[in-house]
Design a protein around this ligand. Structure first.
Ligand SMILES: [Zn+2]
Length: 434
């Protein structure tokens, strides 16, 4: 392994002397966003481009042709992840990747995922146009089936890339008609020869719309994403006894809904105590749900999220002690099950620094943030230094045909992506002073 990959051997700051003065072409980026929206374009101005559909093939073919026109080599791995690579000065270094996804929800918008890939294409076009030579190869990745709306689960192929799922698991996923991922991958001609785990990256930067309201609310242009929060889901059933509301005195009731009410309040308090963590009861079923019956059984769900796993542990402990203290005291019983969890991800500090430097260079207002949603980057972070850049989206709206990010915001994201990638590339110089 070349010594330059050792983080200790990386070049030191200051960044100001290391950032090149390249400018992306914001109109060209915008035109590509509008142009490619025709592949699966909907009447309401959104996109329906399900993974491995004919529309997905069309946008993949377009993307491949655009990259090849810049002299990039385009290859696919065994689950259809596409890699468009531009050589650097030292091609023994694994490429620095910029990636996101070109598939959408059934009623998706023009920016979720697409911006990350097309801004990367704009970066590639800028490097090509300026004849800029990087140290490491630079690469654009289009991750297959990020949305998971046709082939659940979400982030399927970046998951295979990161070793979370075996390729066979991805191949066997089927859509509602029973058509498998593998059948469709082969039909559209994107089952590549590369074994998913064999393709190494020096780093991966993912530009994405925020999908939440914080940047817009605080009038910030760039979100410097430091990680993805951990998530845990629970199902709780509280049991009491159905009884007549008129004939059953208060002190003899076993009212499961009163137990649920206290738990809902306790969950809210847990969220408030552990901010920026969040805690939600989002679903409740009351039985028998009749006006003159004391409720005998309530089912409810709890969703706990926090950027820090230790804090999540504390939130979980508090939930369990709230149940243990509250429910038996009401002469009720309960059953609690953790049904799903996803660990918190912390992105690579050296990449986050590059994003910060890029943001400062252009004078954009920014804030640190943790992603509330899952992204390909969360899986890729398991196998390569990874980070994300967020730009605002109108009203925090996403997974919606009305999803909107302005020309200016898209341009800002692409410029930060370019500068962050070049800053990181500078740290990989084999001949850097030690
Ligand atoms: Zn996305």
């Amino acid at each position: 392994m070349p010594q330059a990959q050792d983080p200790i051997a990386r070049n030191a700051l200051p960044w100001s002397t290391m950032l090149a003065n390249l400018q992306i072409n914001s109109q060209r980026l915008w035109d590509s966003l509008i142009d490619t929206a025709k592949f699966g374009g909907t009447e309401k101005g959104g996109i329906k481009r399900l993974a491995l559909s004919d529309e997905d093939k069309q946008v993949r073919d377009w993307f491949k042709a655009q990259c090849e026109a810049l002299g990039c080599t385009v290859a696919a791995d065994e689950v259809g992840n596409m890699f468009a690579t531009r050589p650097g000065r030292d091609n023994t270094l694994p490429p620095i990747a910029m990636g996101s996804h070109l598939d959408t929800q059934p009623t998706g918008g023009k920016f979720d995922g697409v911006l990350g890939v097309l801004a990367a294409l704009e970066v590639m076009r800028t490097l090509h146009e300026q004849d800029y030579e990087t140290n490491a190869p630079i690469e654009i990745v289009n991750w297959t089936n990020e949305e998971g709306s046709r082939f659940p689960p979400a982030m399927l192929a970046s998951g295979v890339f990161a070793g979370v799922f075996p390729p066979q698991y991805a191949y066997e996923r089927a859509d509602r008609e029973g058509i498998t991922f593998l059948q469709e991958l082969e039909r559209i001609g994107y089952r590549g020869p590369i074994r998913a785990g064999d393709h190494k990256l020096s780093a991966m930067f993912e530009l994405h719309i925020e999908q939440g309201p914080i940047l817009e609310d605080e009038k910030k242009m760039i979100g410097v994403v430091t990680g993805v929060q951990g998530m845990r889901w629970y199902e709780i059933t509280i049991k009491g006894q159905d009884a007549h509301t008129g004939a059953t005195p208060m002190h003899l009731r076993k009212n499961a809904l009163v137990g649920a009410a206290r738990i809902i309040d306790a969950v809210d308090a847990i969220g408030l105590r552990h901010q920026p963590g969040v805690a939600t009861v989002g679903l409740i079923e009351n039985k028998p749900n009749s006006r003159n019956v004391v409720p005998g059984e309530v089912f409810l769900t709890v969703d706990l999220r926090h950027p820090d796993e230790n804090a999540l542990d504390e939130m979980e402990t508090e939930l369990r002690s709230a149940l243990a203290q509250t429910i038996p005291a009401l002469t009720l019983t309960y059953d609690e099950k953790k049904i799903w969890s996803s660990s918190a991800v912390k992105f690579a500090p050296e990449l986050i620094e590059c994003v910060r430097a890029a943001t400062t260079k252009s004078g954009f207002d920014s804030r640190d943030m943790v992603s509330g949603a899952g992204h390909d980057a969360a899986y890729v972070a398991r196998v390569a230094p990874t980070t994300m850049i967020f730009v605002p989206c109108e009203g925090g709206l996403s997974h919606n045909e009305a999803e909107s990010t302005s020309h200016e915001e898209c341009a800002a994201g692409a410029q930060v992506l370019l500068d962050a990638v070049l800053a990181y590339d500078q740290t990989l110089r084999g001949d850097a002073p030690r």
